[in-house]
Design a protein around this ligand. Structure first.
Ligand code: CA
Length: 218
């Protein structure tokens, strides 16, 4: 059974989310403190984390960074009352898979949960290759010309989109949706920044800027 961790220190919100998830057929665990959330998220028994930013002991950003630093690829959806671009970008750069501002409609939360769970189901041993770049989707390892390169979780997902759609122009809006799970532009040129990071790691010849339209592999 799919088990979802609800890291939320407001009991009413936690109970509301739990009721909804349970009626949708998911099991859930509620924790109120950040350090506890990290421990439970790393237990290997959690399929997805709903993570509030304002938590006691460790805040949501700290939990997320520690989780990713420990190598966990468990999908994380940040829940927050804060809607500033800075917090959105910080959350996404710390490795969040999605972001939901409070207050939210439960149906919206559920749709995001389903979609993040779908993306994270493993495709065993699946390898994507274009030119000299190879991505192993199971181990999340990237190599260029046979040499391993360190990509962050976000850079890897971005590279994956290019390798899945070689020769196609990918717009910023499309990439924001596919890579960051955003249906809006946080106004931070996050896509351009990450394309730059990615080029610096895999070489500058692969991803072409298509003026006014987006980016294209090859
Ligand atoms: Ca809170």
């Amino acid at each position: 059974m799919t088990r979802i961790l609800i890291a939320e220190d407001e009991p009413q919100i936690a109970a509301f989310v739990r009721r909804g998830l349970e009626s949708a057929g998911y099991e859930s665990v509620i924790v109120e403190e950040g350090d506890k959330a990290l421990e439970v998220a790393l237990s290997g028994e959690i399929d997805l984390v709903l993570l509030d930013i304002g938590l006691p002991v460790m805040d949501g950003f700290e939990v997320l960074r520690a989780l990713r630093a420990a190598g966990s690829t468990t999908p994380v959806i940040m829940l927050t009352a804060r809607t500033s671009t800075r917090d959105t970008v910080e959350g996404l750069e710390s490795g969040a898979n999605d972001y939901i501002p409070k207050p939210f409609a439960f149906d919206e939360l559920l749709a995001r949960v389903r979609s993040r769970l779908r993306e994270s189901s493993p495709r065993p041993g699946f390898i994507l290759t274009q030119d000299d770049v190879e991505l192993d989707l199971l181990t999340r390892r990237a190599t260029v010309g046979g040499k391993e390169v360190e990509l962050s979780a976000r850079e890897f997902t971005l590279a994956e989109q290019f390798l899945r759609h070689p020769g196609e122009v990918l717009s910023r809006e499309w990439l924001l949706r596919e890579v960051w799970g955003l249906n809006f532009d946080p106004g931070s040129n996050v896509v351009d920044v990450y394309v730059r990071y990615l080029r610096s790691k895999i070489g500058h010849g692969h991803i072409v800027t298509v003026r006014g339209a987006g980016y294209r592999w090859g």
